[in-house]
Design a protein around this ligand. Structure first.
Ligand code: PLP
Ligand code: COI
Length: 343
């Protein structure tokens, strides 16, 4: 299908980073009296709510990250939004908010991406349209309890690379003085509080020259958990794909997909606890993976004052995984798993 709106000519697609950009519209659904409304597109970038809203005081606040791609055949497709719908509902359930029906989640994505289709970067630019669903408790409550009024909002904006280094390695620091989540806490949910907890350690790591903080498990500080904005994966000397298994990390859609890609490529995949100090020096390639960061090679990990170096270039196995995943996303390779949702 041809889209009504042509690709915009007033955006420099090659210099996009990962920053906020207002677009034509966002879409909003309100939950009142036990039901969601039909949703509305609006050009208003602000939200209005009670000063006693639970998202402002008591953390009834969740979000997701998804990408839409302009594919080789000119169509726009969204990567695995069903998985984000499930994950947002797991978070909503934990925050005692109402479920978002999957059809409503997908309809919302369809409507807002179509209305902003001219903001989807051109094929070949390496960019994508970042889709940010937001789920907030908007009703007033002053005792600590869930409200009965919510908003589900989706904003979209064109993005390029999250780290300016792109497929060049990024140095990372193991955080020793902070945890992003508690052992039996909210680490596996995409609630905004986890990101608040990561701000100070991320700032300190950045100040010390490390753009990416790496967190250990909060119980023993022995196993690798994840990066502040992405999961951890490593390639062993004998070519295995190893990634952390921990109750305090976010189940990443990208990681889940890369594990399937790795198996398709004939690799052995191990999802298990990774003993940081012991195993980091044995890995051949280390990467961060997530929607925003895609696959970002890690050039070094500094742990307890020692630095283990992996090199500045993206390793060959990580590159193969990157090429396969992005090949599916941009419609260059067959979508054998039916991961893409067409707009
Ligand atoms: N871990 C954290 C803490 C994240 O914020 C993200 C980003 O969404 C990920 C992992 C990667 O998850 P996904 O691949 O679903 O984007
Ligand atoms: C994403 O990768 O979509 C994220 O949500 C991570 C970060 C930008 C918070």
């Amino acid at each position: 299908m041809a889209y009504d709106r042509e690709i915009r000519t007033d955006i420099d697609w090659d210099s996009l980073g990962f920053s906020y950009m207002p677009t034509r519209s966002n879409i909003r659904y309100k939950y009142r009296n036990g039901a969601w409304d039909k949703g509305e597109l609006t050009s208003d970038p602000n939200v209005s709510m009670s000063i006693a809203a639970t998202c402002l005081h008591y953390g009834q606040n969740a979000f997701e990250g998804i990408k839409a791609f302009r594919c080789k055949d000119g169509k726009v497709r969204v990567f695995r939004p069903w998985e984000n719908a499930k994950r947002m509902n797991r978070t909503a359930h934990q925050l005692l908010g109402p479920e978002i029906p999957e059809e409503m989640f997908l309809e919302a994505i369809h409507r807002v991406v179509l209305d902003n289709v001219d903001y989807v970067p051109p094929y070949g630019s390496g960019g994508s349209l970042y889709i940010r669903p937001l789920y907030i408790g908007t009703g007033p409550m002053i005792g600590v309890a869930p409200t009965d009024e919510y908003e589900f909002i989706i904003m979209v904006m064109p993005v390029g690379k999250y780290y300016k280094e792109g497929l060049k390695g990024v140095p990372t620091l193991v955080i020793e003085d902070y945890d992003r989540a508690a052992p039996k806490g909210m680490g596996q949910y995409k609630c905004s509080g986890n990101y608040g907890a990561s701000l100070m350690p991320a700032k300190l790591a950045k100040k010390a020259g490390y753009p990416v903080p790496l967190f250990l498990d909060p119980k023993e500080h022995k196993y690798i958990d994840e990066f502040g904005t992405s999961n951890f994966l490593a390639i062993t000397e004998d070519g295995k794909y190893v990634t952390s298994d921990s109750p305090s990390i976010l189940p990443s859609v990208t990681n889940m997909s890369l594990m399937e890609v790795a198996r398709d490529l004939g690799m052995t995949v191990e999802k298990r606890p990774i003993v940081a100090e012991e195993e980091l020096p044995t890995f051949k390639e280390v990467c961060a993976c997530g929607t925003a960061v895609v696959i970002t090679p890690i050039s070094s990990v500094t742990i307890h004052g020692k630095t283990i170096t992996y090199g500045n270039e993206c390793g060959p196995v990580s590159k193969k995984l990157y090429d396969t995943l992005t090949g599916i996303q941009y419609g260059e390779l067959e979508d054998t798993h039916n991961w893409m949702f067409e707009i």
